[in-house]
Design a protein around this ligand. Structure first.
Ligand SMILES: [Zn+2]
Length: 239
């Protein structure tokens, strides 16, 4: 199975250099750049109850070629030179589709400013990628209409406990990506006392209750539910 660990990093091959020089503003040589692989996004339903369809991933793959992204921590810029849509036929998403994700390769020019970042990528620190893009269609999974105009609310369950989520279709623009490398995550979870964890759990419950009792305000609701999910996600990681 493909995993982030399979992604190459380091010195580019000749084939990489050919692709890099197609998107680079000036000709670069192999010793000037450092390359790294990243998982840009996939077709799982995210914490906002939205997902990219496999077709929108194909569209995004084309749009992200040559796009620069911020490499947070050193504020330098990397540029994507290769993307492919990876399909893992043996794995299904929560919605029951074949799991797909965008495997991308980016390069960064070696300078004093990127030295630290490169050594953190080398040491295999935890990586987080976020992307910003816009879509023509945001389709409701329950009725197929635009989520802005239909009566359903994403994150809620309808009929036979069917989750309402949004299919992001027909990408309009891929305007950014960013990449954060963090040192290896601390695995010692005794650092967060049980009392604090219980408090977070109570807070998540309260946010969720609030969400269900104030359905009228959509934007507000969404934020409450996202906050509850985020806290629950963190608690899960600590368990
Ligand atoms: Zn709907």
């Amino acid at each position: 199975m493909s995993d982030v660990l399979d992604l190459r990093r380091g010195t580019p091959t000749d084939a990489d250099m050919e692709k890099i020089n197609k998107v680079s503003p000036r000709p670069l040589s192999a010793d000037e750049v450092y390359i790294f692989g990243l998982r840009l996004c996939d077709n799982e339903i995210d914490l906002d109850f939205e997902r990219f369809t496999s077709q929108s991933l194909e569209g995004l793959a084309e749009m992200y070629i040559g796009k620069t992204g911020v490499l947070i921590d050193c504020q330098e810029v990397g540029r994507i030179f290769y993307i492919e849509v990876v399909r893992e036929h043996e794995r299904l998403t929560e919605a029951g589709d074949v799991y797909c994700w965008l495997k991308a390769y980016a390069y960064v020019v070696r300078t004093d400013a990127t030295e630290n970042l490169i050594s953190e990528i080398k040491s295999g620190g935890q990586k987080e990628v976020s992307i910003g893009c816009s879509f023509n269609k945001c389709r409701c999974s329950i009725c197929g209409k635009d989520i802005q105009t239909c009566e359903h609310i994403k994150g809620e369950r309808y009929y036979l406990n069917e989750l309402c989520f949004v299919d992001l279709e027909d990408p309009l623009d891929a305007y950014e990506w960013s990449f954060v490398v963090k040192p290896e995550r601390q695995t010692d979870n005794t650092r967060v006392p049980t009392v604090a964890r219980n408090e977070y759990r109570a807070l998540a419950d309260e946010l969720r209750d609030n969400f269900y009792s104030t359905k009228a305000n959509l934007g507000h609701n969404n934020l409450l539910l996202r906050a509850a999910c985020a806290i629950e996600g963190l608690l899960k990681k600590l368990e």
